[in-house]
Write a protein that binds this ligand. Structure first.
Ligand SMILES: O=C(O)C(=O)C[C@]1(C(=O)O)C=C[C@@H](O)C=C1
Length: 114
């Protein structure tokens, strides 16, 4: 069936309920973006620290502990732990790319960017 939500041909009560839920979703999405931005600010600092001290971008042991912890948190929150793991892995892969870029731009502990 094709959706008629966009055409205005929807019970006003249903439309109102949908709008209420979507407002909530929009707030949550904004919070997620802000939280992710804060997380990336912290990981950028980790990336610089690792580059300056010539530490490897990835730390598989740390990642294994984070995944185990996040899976537990997800289960308690009734979120699919497999989804939580995929989501964390997706973010960490991006962080590692950032770390690698920072390491490339760092020579003898000096930032060569700019
Ligand atoms: O904690 C670190 O060592 C980081 O570089 C941060 C982080 C993360 O995004 O949480 C990213 C890469 C590592 O493999 C582990 C964790």
């Amino acid at each position: 069936m094709t959706s008629n939500i966009g055409t205005g041909d929807v019970d006003p009560e249903v439309r109102q309920e949908l709008e209420r839920l979507r407002d909530s979703i929009d707030n949550i999405d904004a919070a997620v973006v802000h939280l992710l931005a804060e997380r990336f600010k912290a990981t950028q600092q980790v990336g610089r620290l690792k580059a300056v001290h010539q530490l490897p971008p990835a730390d598989p042991g740390r990642e294994a502990r984070q995944i185990a912890r996040l899976r537990r948190l997800a289960e308690n929150a009734k979120l699919d732990p497999a989804f939580a793991e995929k989501f964390l892995n997706f973010i960490i892969a991006e962080v590692i790319r950032h770390h690698e870029r920072i390491a490339e731009d760092t020579v003898n502990g000096e930032d060569t960017e700019q």
